[in-house]
Design a binder for this molecule. Structure first.
Ligand SMILES: Nc1ncnc2c1ncn2[C@@H]1O[C@H](COP(=O)(O)OP(=O)(O)OP(=O)(O)O)[C@@H](O)[C@H]1O
Ligand SMILES: [Mg+2]
Length: 379
């Protein structure tokens, strides 16, 4: 047995008694509706909208005092829970429809359509609420202007932290087509590389079949295990992979080579965060970081989405934080200490580096904007 839809409460606003009676009659005959208020002019309609609970206001265009457009605009502004249907006299053209939408009406129909369309239009407007969206997914890429500065260390550390926060909902992607080192760092014996994909049609099962698992359960994808052409994975393919991952994961952390070619730039343009790793002991890493940022921002990613990470910090460093910030034009988002005897993944043990990476992961996670945050802000 189908569940009966609760009655929809409708406020009617029409200047002529005949029009009011007609609207009431049509709605009553259709069932599912209760006429919860009747107004004879715009002023009355606006006050009635706020005084009692209504779901929809059906407002005729030719109302006295405030016309239908002004009335709709005021109801939507002052009582936004009440949706609006504007009924135009005679033909409703595109100009009136546009004006009605600008005034905040959900629909605009003509008097000639009252009998045939009003009830169904209101039912459409008051349909069941949409299911909540899937949780958001953040794409975080880690790169830097130089080799050996800790890109893979930071990427794998963040991947592990995000997996700890959201078990099974983080993926670490090694995008190096040549000399990728994530699988060694994560002790993954024989990963199946994405370079072996024979189709550009990506689906979840196919992608899962290319995933390896770190001992913690973190999912790992690697672009290549043998040295291959840099553009073996096209920008289109990488984009499809990222879109597919976004459907099922909360975080995709990418170890991204600092190559300014189409596939990498395409990934940069899909990132929510681009973390640039540099250090405080080699001026050249700062210069390279600056060149890299100037190449990608703001063309491929806005400045606000780039974060500067200083790695291997020690008290012997020759540069100060403010010198780096001035040279690059960005504030440092995290200082990661130089960790003695670091081998393998950086989250092993409760080291200072592991703590600093966890703090960075927390910071990135806190900045993720969700609908829940919006609802909390409105409360
Ligand atoms: N904070 C740190 N403290 C101590 N050692 C570190 C730190 N970060 C990275 N290292 C070490 O530095 C070396 C290079 O790090 P990593 O492989 O992460 O750099 P990379 O930028 O990914 O290098 P490549 O350009 O070759 O891919 C590794 O041996 C790593 O263990
Ligand atoms: Mg690396």
């Amino acid at each position: 047995m189908s569940e009966r839809q609760p009655n929809i409460r409708v406020l009617i606003a029409a200047k002529d008694r005949a029009a009011r009676d007609h609207l009431r009659q049509v709605l009553t005959a259709a069932g599912d509706f209760v006429v919860s208020g009747v107004a004879v002019d715009g002023l009355e309609a606006v006050h009635m909208a706020g005084a009692r609970k209504h779901d929809v206001a059906v407002v005729m265009l030719d109302l006295p005092i405030y016309d239908g457009l002004a009335t709709t605009r005021m109801i939507r502004q002052y009582v936004p829970a009440v949706k609006g249907v504007l009924v135009g006299n005679g033909d409703v053209g595109s100009t009136l429809t546009r004006q009605a939408m600008l005034a905040g009406a959900s629909a605009c129909i003509s008097t000639a359509e009252i009998d045939s369309a009003l009830a169904s239009v209101i039912k459409d407007i008051c349909g069941p609420p949409l299911p909540p969206p899937a949780p958001p997914c953040r794409i975080i890429s880690v790169t830097g202007g130089r080799g050996g500065i800790g890109k893979s260390t930071v990427a794998s550390g963040l991947g592990l932290c995000m997996h700890q926060k959201y078990p099974g909902k983080a993926v670490l992607l090694d995008m190096y087509m040549q000399f990728g080192d994530i699988s060694t760092m994560m002790r993954i014996a024989e990963p199946k590389p994405l370079s072996e994909l024979t189709t550009e049609k990506i689906d979840p099962e196919l992608l899962e079949s290319y995933m390896s698992e770190h001992e913690s359960g973190l999912k790992v994808l690697v672009a290549a295990t043998k040295i291959g052409p840099l553009d073996k994975l096209s920008g289109d393919l990488l984009e499809s992979i990222i879109h597919e991952l976004k459907k099922n994961y909360r975080y995709v952390v990418i170890d991204l080579p600092p190559l300014m070619h189409e596939p990498v730039l395409r990934v940069v343009s899909l990132c929510h965060e681009l973390l640039i790793v540099a250090n405080r002991f080699e001026v050249q890493t700062v210069r390279d970081a600056k060149k890299l940022i100037d190449t990608v921002a703001p063309r491929y990613i806005p400045w606000e989405q780039i974060k500067l990470i200083i790695n291997r910090v020690s008290r012997h460093d020759s540069l100060t934080q403010s010198q780096i910030e001035q040279a690059i034009g960005l504030n440092v988002a995290a200082l990661l200490p130089n960790q003695r005897n670091l081998a393998g993944d950086p989250m092993r043990g409760n080291t200072k580096l592991a703590k600093a990476l966890r703090k960075l992961a927390d910071k990135l996670d806190e900045e993720t904007f969700t609908l829940d945050a919006l609802a909390a802000e409105e409360r």
